[in-house]
Ligand binder design. Structure first.
Ligand code: AMP
Ligand code: GLY
Length: 423
């Protein structure tokens, strides 16, 4: 089949790497892709949010299936648009209604409440109900968790220790701290535990497969300090997500989610990302996303042994049937190399050298671009240096050795990825 993958990050590099290996892939196009995705297919300078331009690629390149990597086109309704305008083309992803699981935290919380899915106690507020918001904050214990309802590029969650500070932030959020995204604010109870990411591929008709579980490292600094980032590294499998824990996840979270979508008449044929927290052995949902995670995909793809294209095609057609999703039992890690200054402002256009000397890792590109023969940085997260090993230490040794061979000005990475899981 001819496949069009939308997106440009490390996640899309890992998806492209995996898609290109499938015997049923004829041609792979990536829009817009990055400086590394051209190794696996053809980059096209098209914005995933420009649906007319995407449709033109679909026509010109005789695309059979569109795989949507990032959430923005899904929340904007690309699934529904394609179904209306290019009904023969398969799209891996939820309908616009399903994408609300990520597009609106208020929707997601209501969905969980309605279907009995364990999550933090919450209430939602707008400018009209700010006084109720203050009173709700007073009824909670610190720390206080405030979330912008809409998409905020991963920045819309504030965790605040002081009550007055939390009230002030509520006011500022409702006043437009995150633009329209924070016109509604979800306030919820703080949950204490260790997080992991569970990915489910669903066909919208009750069939689903669970992908390898991963843990990401969100804070920029070692020891989980400093501001949140898109993710500084990931590990899979996650030791605490054992069979007993995953049985609870399946029964209490995955099944009610899949069934809840069907019961509400919401079409969902794609990846569901469950951001989970393990609270003393009990899984609870922190958030839903409607796509794969980044950098989790970089480790998950290294561990999916089955043909992902067959699985995605079956899901998009609405019937996973008997297809198996086999896992490679090895451990995968990825360590992200970032630009100096990230997640604040950072320089772009710095030359990257040494990639050809890497032997024992798969380096997925994130923020890179080509300039003739040269490879340049073009984003905050630049490279996802990913390796397989028998255990976490052996996989990490490979990634850190590979990193020592790669250079660009001001390159930064965390040296403690996976350390918390080895204790
Ligand atoms: P999100 O953007 O929803 O993934 O939230 C960002 C991060 O904030 C999560 O990965 C958690 O570490 C943290 N977080 C969100 N909600 C809660 C909560 N209710 N309790 C504790 N931590 C939370
Ligand atoms: N790594 C978290 C995310 O993709 O949202």
């Amino acid at each position: 089949m001819n496949i069009l993958l939308l997106g440009s990050g490390g996640r899309e590099s890992a998806l492209a790497w995996k898609i290109a290996q499938s015997p049923i892939t004829d041609n792979l196009y990536i829009a817009p892709g990055n400086g590394g995705t051209g190794q696996y297919g053809t980059n096209l300078a098209v914005s995933p949010l420009d649906f007319e331009a995407v449709a033109k690629v679909v026509d010109d390149k005789k695309i059979d299936m569109v795989v949507v990597g990032n959430e923005d086109p899904l929340v904007a309704g690309i699934w529904d648009w394609m179904r209306e305008n290019r009904p023969k083309v398969l799209v891996v992803g939820p309908s616009k209604a399903g994408a609300q699981l990520e597009g609106s935290k208020d929707f997601a919380k209501r969905f969980m409440e309605c279907h009995g899915i364990p999550t933090a106690r919450y209430r939602s507020f707008t400018a009209e109900t700010i006084q109720d918001g203050y009173r709700f904050l007073e009824s909670l214990q610190a720390p206080y968790v405030l979330k912008a309802d809409g998409l905020a590029a991963g920045k819309g969650v504030l965790i605040i220790n002081d009550l007055d500070e939390a009230k002030k932030s509520l006011r500022e959020m409702l006043d437009g701290m995150f633009g329209k995204s924070s016109a509604t604010v979800v306030i919820e109870e703080f949950l204490s535990g260790i997080e992991c990411s569970v990915f489910v591929l669903t066909d919208g008709n009750g069939g689903y497969r669970v992908l390898p579980v991963a843990k990401d490292y969100k804070r920029v600094g070692e020891g989980d300090t400093g501001p949140n980032t898109g993710g500084m590294g990931a590990v899979s499998p996650v030791p605490f997500a054992d069979a007993e824990f995953m049985a609870k996840v399946d029964e209490r979270i995955i099944r009610p989610t899949v069934k809840g979508l069907i019961d509400e008449g919401i079409t969902y044929r794609g990846f569901i990302f469950l951001g989970l927290i393990n609270v003393q052995g009990e899984p609870m949902v922190i958030e839903y996303n409607v796509r794969m995670g980044d950098p989790e995909t970089e480790v998950v793809m290294l561990r999916v042994a089955s043909d992902l294209v067959q699985l995605m095609r079956a899901a998009a057609e609405g019937d996973l049937g008997e297809l198996k999703l086999e896992e490679n039992p090895a451990t995968a890690v990825t360590v992200i190399m970032t630009s100096k200054g990230y997640p604040g402002s950072y320089p772009k256009g710095l030359e990257i050298t040494g990639l050809e000397t890497v032997e024992h890792s798969t380096v997925f590109h994130a923020g890179t671009k080509r300039d003739g023969d040269r490879l340049l940085t073009s984003g905050g997260r630049v490279l996802a240096v990913s390796s397989l090993g028998d255990d976490i230490p052996s996989a990490l040794r490979k990634s850190y050795d590979s990193i020592s061979r790669i250079a660009f000005d001001g390159a930064y990475f965390r040296r403690d990825i996976g350390q918390d899981l080895m204790k």
